[in-house]
Structures are given as structure tokens and as C-alpha cells.
Design a protein around this ligand. Structure first.
Ligand SMILES: [Zn+2]
Length: 503
């Protein structure tokens, strides 16, 4: 009786096709062929083959050249290229504009308003231009920007952690004026020791860890983000989250099935994050505190990194946070040929003007020469984070690809391009090309519970795909050899995503 269901299925499908009243449109089928399929669950079997997309989904993956397409499919030849799943950047800040002060972004004069509007219009396309089809925004400070992004005609899938959970008047609230900071970070954690400096309209019971996490859950978040940061520069003694508060966030995040993330970039902070049992550490460790001057990775830091490996804590190295600051002291940075493809001309011209370099003074208060500043970064925080990342890579830690774009109002973190630069940083710090690839695909998908939808090339998943001319397992350059990006099954040529597409 095995044939009976098959016969029934056949009859039903014939009926569906025969019914003239049916207004179901025929599914749009695209057969991508003559490609090497590079998917993270199957890297041992890099076969040439074909992939069938039906509307928004992947429906067949054929790892042999002889497979034939359905008669009604549009055949697209990959011309011997490499097909990978769309890339995932799990740490972005879409409402912040690289190089632009938050005050100017919030309140632009007429001259700057058009420049910013052009930037936001191009933003989703710049991420797609470098193959990013899924993004996670870690701290919603302006919901409107995210809504607009999701309404753009072409855009990556966007998830968020909702408004983040800083400690009242702690990092990063402290950077906004006392009047503005509670508006930008309405989901802060209440600190009874500071009740005098918290406006009366915010009550303690609305700002417990449980209440703050619940607010993010109601807002549709998939994660929550909190911070352990003493601060830097003028603000280096900020109030910090207590172990009790972190435990409250941990408990509520688990109850609400949200991923718990913590901003932590020092030895002390990452120790705190591991003790708090966070799911994801949102930065690499470039501050070693009293151990900063040690030339080799100190044993006490190794012990902590061993725990991070063993607990499979998600680790976002975000080395480009430092690279993005260093960019102000590197005359070659703004000359990169990719920049005019991802940044509109007016904003790029402004970056290169005296007014556009305001942030440089914030980084280099003592006005040191460029070469000294570059050396300071290279021998200090960049060296330290590379040593940490190399150690973790050798033990195959759970790396999650996240760029923190932009991590500060720096033009050194540009959408899309910053991901490509971060991949170079990771590879130079010791991640294999396979580790980089997995971090930006399946590791991110699994950690954020998106793996039923994205992260690999398998039947049933969303057809977010990228066609490369070169293999991502042979060079990082491959990620800049994009030909076509499919977003929910819709093919887009890379060139058409650039600011000014070539004819
Ligand atoms: Zn961030």
C-alpha cells in the first residue's frame, strides 16, 4: 500500500494545476547551477552541484553535476563560482552613523540632514553589497531607524536585542547629557545607591532586571544586552552592574528564552561575564588591566580563556573596534576603493573635511603624530586582543562573527566594508578560514536560535545566498569577490547594490 499516498499526492497536485479557479501563482523557481556548494555543515564534501530555490526557500541541494532542473525553473549559471549562505553580523548599531556625533545625528541642521538621509537610504544595500543578509542590532536607541530599514525595498533580515540594559548613569548612558540619557536608554537597571540622580518618573520596580528583560521580550527582542564597563578617558569611574543584578538578568533571560549578551572588553569584565554565565561576550579582550604591559598572554588570562572555551561562551572578537579608531591616523584608510561603493559621496566628502575629523581629537587629546598613534594601537590593545583571539582560535572557541559597526562615532567602521575588514583581522589573529566562515554563518545562526531559517545551504531554509568568484576557504579576499546576492530568493547583482552602480 506504499504507493497510495503517492497516488493521492499526485492526484491532488494534478487537481491543483487543473483548477482554473485557483489563483495560486506558479512558484518562482530558480536553479543555480555550476557552483561549488560551500555550506558549514558539509565542508568535508565540497561538491560541485546545483541548488533549487522555490519562492523564498531553498528546496533542493544537489551535490552532483548530473542533476537536472525542473522544466519550469529559470536556470542561472554560477560559472564555476562558490555558493555560500548569506553572512550574519550579530553586532551592529544601525541608528548610529559612522563619523557623526550623536547630537548631530539626533538634530541635524538642513545642510547635514540630506547627507544623513542619503546614508540611511544606502545603509541596507551596503550590508548586502558585502554579503550580509542577516543583522542583529544590540541596542535599540531609535526604533524608527530600524522600522525604516525593515521597510526598505531591499534589506538584510534584521533582529534586535531591544533597548539595552545599562546600569543607571553607567556606560554607555554616561556619554549622553543627564537630560538626554534616560530617553536614549529607557530600559536601564535601577541602582538604589543613585536614586538622587535618577529622574522621579522612573520607578525602581519598572527597572529591576526582571522588568527590563520582560520589556525587551514584549518589544520582540531575541536577545538582551547589558554592560560591564568602568569607562575610559574622562569618564573612567562609572558605576557598574553588581553580581546580583547580573544574576537577575541571567535568570530572566533564561525564563524568556532570550540570549544574554554582555559588553566586556577587559580581563576583569570578561571574568565577571563568565562568572555571570552570559551566553555571549560582545567584545575581544584588549584591556588586561595591571597586566597590560606583559608581552605574552599571562597564565591567569589563559585560565579564564580556557573557561570560555569549555563553557562554549559565544565570543565576538570585534577587533575592528580598535581598527576603527586607528583609521584616523592612517592616511590610506579613506582611500580604500570600496568606500565610495558603500558611502554616498556627500558623506564621504564630509569625512575628508576638517569638520568631519572632529572625532580624531577625541581619540588623540594630546595631538600626537599619526605614526606614534598607530604604533600605540598596534603595540597595545591590538596586540593584546590578537593574542587573546589567537589563543581562543587554537582551542576552537565558539566564535560569533560580530563587528560592532559603528562601535563609536568613527568613520573607521563603515557598513558592510567593516565586516570584510573584521574578517581580515580575525584571520590575521589566528582564525582559520573555516573558523571565520563558520563564525559568520552557522555559529551565529545557532547561538541566536535562527538556524531553522538561515546559516547553511539546506532544504527548508530561507534562500539567502551569496555567489562568490573565489573560495572563502582559500582566501579572505573571496568575500570581496561577490557576484550575486539572493535575499529571500530574489537575486540582486552586487554592482546594483553600490552607491553609484557602474554601467
Ligand atoms: Zn556595540
Amino acid at each position: 500500500m506504499k504507493f497510495l499516498p503517492m497516488v493521492l499526492a499526485l492526484l491532488l497536485s494534478v487537481a491543483a494545476f487543473a483548477d482554473p479557479a485557483s489563483n495560486e501563482p506558479a512558484p518562482r523557481r530558480i536553479w543555480i547551477t555550476d557552483v561549488t556548494i560551500v555550506s558549514p555543515e558539509n565542508l568535508a564534501d565540497l561538491a560541485r552541484g546545483s541548488v533549487l530555490i522555490e519562492n523564498e526557500r531553498i528546496v533542493r541541494v544537489e551535490r552532483k553535476v548530473s542533476a537536472k532542473p525542473p522544466a519550469d525553473a529559470t536556470v542561472v549559471s554560477g560559472e564555476g563560482g562558490f555558493l555560500i549562505p548569506g553572512l550574519i553580523d550579530s553586532h551592529v548599531h544601525l541608528a548610529s552613523v559612522p563619523g557623526v556625533a550623536p547630537e548631530l545625528n539626533a538634530n541635524p541642521d538642513a545642510a547635514h540632514a540630506a547627507m544623513l538621509a542619503d546614508y540611511y537610504k544606502q545603509l541596507p544595500r551596503s550590508y548586502l553589497y558585502f554579503g550580509y543578509t542577516t543583522l542583529i542590532d544590540l541596542a535599540v536607541v531609535n526604533r524608527q531607524v530600524l522600522d525604516d530599514f525593515r521597510r526598505a525595498p531591499l534589506h538584510p533580515d534584521l533582529y534586535d536585542c531591544g533597548p539595552s540594559l545599562p546600569l543607571a548613569n553607567g556606560y554607555p548612558m554616561s556619554f549622553a547629557s543627564p537630560a538626554l540619557r534616560f530617553q536614549l536608554f529607557p530600559n536601564f537597571l535601577y541602582d538604589p545607591a543613585q536614586s538622587a540622580s535618577i529622574p522621579a518618573e522612573y520607578t525602581r520596580q519598572d527597572h529591576t532586571p526582571a522588568a527590563a528583560v520582560a520589556a525587551d521580550k514584549r518589544a520582540g527582542a531575541i536577545c538582551v544586552k547589558t554592560y560591564f564597563e568602568h569607562g575610559f578617558g574622562k569618564d573612567r569611574n562609572l558605576p557598574i552592574i553588581t553580581p546580583g543584578m547580573a544574576a537577575g538578568v541571567r535568570k530572566a533571560a533564561t525564563q524568556n528564552a532570550l540570549v544574554m549578551m554582555m559588553h566586556a572588553n577587559s580581563f576583569e569584565a570578561q571574568q565577571f561575564a563568565v562568572d555571570a554565565d552570559v551566553d555571549v561576550i560582545a567584545h575581544g579582550m584588549w584591556n588586561w588591566g595591571a597586566l597590560d604591559g606583559q608581552p605574552e598572554l599571562p597564565p591567569e588570562i589563559q585560565t579564564l580563556l580556557d573557561r570560555i572555551v569549555q563553557k562554549r561562551t559565544g565570543y565576538q572578537a570585534t577587533i575592528q573596534v580598535m581598527g576603527g579608531l586607528r583609521a584616523y591616523f592612517d592616511a590610506e584608510y579613506l582611500k580604500m576603493p570600496a568606500i565610495p561603493h558603500v558611502i554616498p559621496a556627500a558623506l564621504l566628502a564630509w569625512f575628508d573635511s576638517p569638520g568631519g575629523k572632529w572625532f580624531r581629537k577625541e581619540i588623540d587629546e594630546d595631538n600626537m603624530p599619526d605614526a606614534e598613534m598607530r604604533e600605540g594601537f598596534d603595540r597595545g590593545p591590538i596586540r593584546r586582543v590578537r593574542q587573546v583571539v589567537g589563543y581562543l582560535a587554537a582551542r576552537n572557541a565558539n566564535f560569533l562573527f560580530g563587528t560592532d559597526t559603528p562601535s563609536a562615532p568613527t568613520y573607521g567602521n563603515l557598513p558592510g566594508l567593516n565586516g570584510y575588514l573584521e574578517m581580515q583581522q580575525l584571520h590575521e589573529a589566528g582564525l582559520s578560514l573555516e573558523q571565520v566562515f563558520k563564525a559568520a554563518t552557522i555559529n551565529n545562526a545557532r547561538e541566536f536560535k535562527l538556524d531553522s531559517q538561515v546559516g547553511s545551504i539546506e532544504p527548508g531554509k530561507v534562500a539567502n545566498l551569496v555567489l562568490l568568484r573565489k573560495s572563502p576557504l582559500e582566501s579572505v579576499d573571496a568575500y570581496d569577490s561577490i557576484v550575486t546576492v539572493w535575499v529571500h530568493g530574489k537575486p540582486i547583482s552586487r554592482n546594483s547594490l553600490a552607491v553609484s552602480p557602474n554601467e
